[in-house]
Ligand binder design. Structure first.
Ligand SMILES: *[C@@H]1O[C@H](CO)[C@@H](O)[C@H](O)[C@H]1NC(C)=O
Ligand SMILES: *[C@@H]1O[C@H](CO)[C@@H](O)[C@H](O)[C@H]1NC(C)=O
Ligand SMILES: *[C@@H]1O[C@H](CO)[C@@H](O)[C@H](O)[C@H]1NC(C)=O
Ligand SMILES: *[C@@H]1O[C@H](CO)[C@@H](O)[C@H](O)[C@H]1NC(C)=O
Length: 556
């Protein structure tokens, strides 16, 4: 980043902080809609892919095929100088295409990428390393690793191994990748690392059957959720199956989701598994929201932008009886992100009201986030939160931060970095959406000084093990204190891959005279419920979450 730009962004963020503080009165009286804060004026690189590491850094990257980013490098990564010649000004290797954002320091650092990771997928391994697969052109078969560090020295490492497809969920330290890129007809899945050295990929007819060839698929970036029985829930277009990937066998075909249209790229809706609660034995309920109207892709090609889907469906995927229960969001929405907040509410943020995903395929940005409370009765679950002024459409992303805020970044509905003469310019501003629970008026409820007590195995907790969490509460809690753990996802194209939140059982909670609380918690029972790796542990008191602490679950 150039010095001047950086200074500018620092100044702006100071001004905004003042604004937020002085605006606090309005927030207190105005209720529970949250606020927005500008963190950086220019991330240099479009954050079309984002992931939070356990070192409290966020990895962001774009597609090298978009050409020059706004972060010019003095030298290429092979050492050759980048001159002012026309050739070098146009050469993508003279620009950064990935950055690391330091959450606590609000600072950016460029990272090396050697091949194009456009439209790829990612997943954290159990040791906190980010595995990132696929991309475009020479990058389409690449596997990249990022080992997070705290000294700002680490970088992407490209593996010599190859992969064919994308979209992931982890099983122990093996990642399954389902489906493939635009027009490649990758109706299959594969593993990294492979199950057996001779394996290549496995056909998955379901992907062929859900493919809509006139609309670029409408089944790309399928929604994947690992079920508690170890099978994989796969949703594509409008249909879904429960799939035993070890035996390449469809276990169950679920009913088609009502509401017409399509739910996957380019009709990109979004999906989450609702919080998994030990009180209902971690029962899995999948939720799918929004998407594209039937014919949205073809219409967009003619310059007509059809109203997106307003409906959401919820379905229990365990047990024997399956039915989508439908409800409506406050408005139509496509290309949004769905995040599970530490309170167990679902935040729906970013996206547009008309059109579909792809270059210049959408209009009418959705500026208001929605909040969904799964515990309320039907018809009373949604509320509308504070509007942003910044459109975040195709190639935007959002993720949950350890302080309970939401990082919002990216947006590029154009095939290059384009800032002029377009309805929706490339968006490089970095924002935080600050939910109401972070407001000063709730500070007296916020649990502070959260720490995890480790016995023999430092910084690791085994499945099913009891462990102790300590924290301080200013006042005696009125309601039962809740404890959640959250798997940080890899986010791109409106999907937060591997996102899940679990509510853990607390066996015993005591409070001493000084307000110190000691709780005995039970770790998740097995990897199917919570794949091994790093999670954010949060203590929630009366709906107000603490700062989250990293915790790691492993096999004993
Ligand atoms: C984590 O595991 C991966 C895959 O085995 C490996 O490539 C990586 O170096 C490991 N990271 C650390 C920090 O040990
Ligand atoms: C998988 O599908 C491809 C393309 O239709 C076909 O050529 C191949 O024989 C199939 N493989 C298996 C094992 O069924
Ligand atoms: C602006 O966009 C329009 C429509 O795409 C195009 O015809 C025109 O040439 C563009 N103008 C400039 C200055 O690029
Ligand atoms: C407890 O938290 C408060 C506020 O976050 C902090 O100022 C203080 O240093 C912490 N105390 C301990 C003992 O960690």
């Amino acid at each position: 980043m150039e010095g001047k730009k950086h200074l500018l962004s620092v100044v702006i963020s100071v001004i905004l902080q003042l604004f937020v503080v002085s605006g606090a009165v309005e927030v207190s009286s105005g209720g529970r809609k949250g606020t927005w804060k500008l963190l950086q004026q220019n991330t240099g690189v479009v954050a079309m892919h984002m992931a939070l590491t356990y070192r409290n850094t966020v990895i962001m990257f774009d597609q090298t095929a978009a050409g020059p980013s706004q972060h010019r490098l003095p030298r290429r990564y092979n050492g050759k100088r980048c001159t002012r010649s026309r050739e070098d000004l146009e050469d993508w290797s003279c620009y950064a295409h990935s950055v690391e954002y330091d959450v606590d320091g609000n600072k950016l650092r460029s990272l090396r990428l050697d091949t194009d990771p456009w439209c790829s997928s990612g997943s954290f391994l159990s040791n906190g390393t980010l595995l990132q697969t696929g991309g475009y052109g020479s990058g389409s078969k690449k596997i990249r690793y990022f080992n997070p560090c705290s000294d700002h020295q680490c970088n992407w490492k490209q593996s010599k191994q190859m992969v064919c497809f994308q979209s992931v969920t982890p099983e122990k330290d093996r990642v399954i990748i389902v489906g493939g890129t635009h027009g490649r007809n990758a109706f299959s899945y594969e593993f990294v690392p492979k199950l057996h050295s001779s394996d290549r990929s496995f056909n998955l007819t379901f992907l062929r059957n859900t493919n809509d060839p006139n609309a670029r698929g409408n089944n790309l970036y399928p929604f994947l959720h690992l079920s508690s029985d170890g099978n994989l829930f796969i949703f594509a277009n409008r249909d879904s199956i429960l799939f035993n990937y070890r035996r390449n066998k469809v276990i169950k075909t679920f009913p088609r989701i009502p509401g017409g249209g399509s739910r996957n790229y380019p009709s990109s809706g979004s999906s989450v598994i609702l919080p998994l609660d030990q009180k209902d034995r971690f029962q899995k309920v999948v939720m799918v929201c929004g998407g594209g109207a039937s014919g949205a892709y073809e219409a967009a090609a003619r310059g007509t932008f059809l109203k997106a889907l307003t409906s959401c469906g919820r379905m229990v995927i365990s047990g024997y009886r399956h039915m989508w229960k439908m409800e409506n969001m406050p408005g139509p929405r496509i290309m949004h992100d769905m995040l599970v907040l530490p309170t167990g509410r679902i935040l729906i943020i970013n996206g547009a009201k008309r059109g579909c995903a792809g270059w210049k395929n959408a209009v009418s940005p959705s500026l208001q986030p929605y909040l969904y409370n799964p515990k309320k009765t039907l018809g009373r679950r949604f509320s509308v939160l504070k509007s942003t002024k910044i459109a975040r459409m195709y190639h935007s992303s959002a993720l949950l931060l350890p302080n309970g805020g939401v990082l919002v970044a990216g947006g590029n509905p154009n095939n290059r970095y384009t800032f002029r003469n377009v309805s929706y310019p490339t968006e490089l501003r970095l924002q935080a959406f600050i939910p109401h629970y972070m407001d000063r008026q709730y500070h007296h409820l916020r649990p502070v000084n959260v720490s995890i007590e480790y016995s023999s195995n430092p910084y690791r907790i085994a499945y099913g093990e009891e462990f102790i969490v300590q924290f301080r509460l200013e006042r005696r809690p009125i309601m039962e204190v809740e404890y959640s753990v959250y798997a940080p996802p890899f986010t791109t194209h409106s999907i937060s891959m591997n996102q899940r939140l679990l509510k853990l059982r607390s066996k015993n909670t005591v409070r001493d005279a000084g307000g110190w609380m000691t709780a005995v918690l039970e770790a998740p029972p097995c990897p199917n419920v919570a794949p091994p790796g790093y999670y954010l542990l949060t203590v929630v008191n009366g709906g107000i979450p603490s700062l989250s602490q990293w915790i790691r679950f492993i096999h004993a």
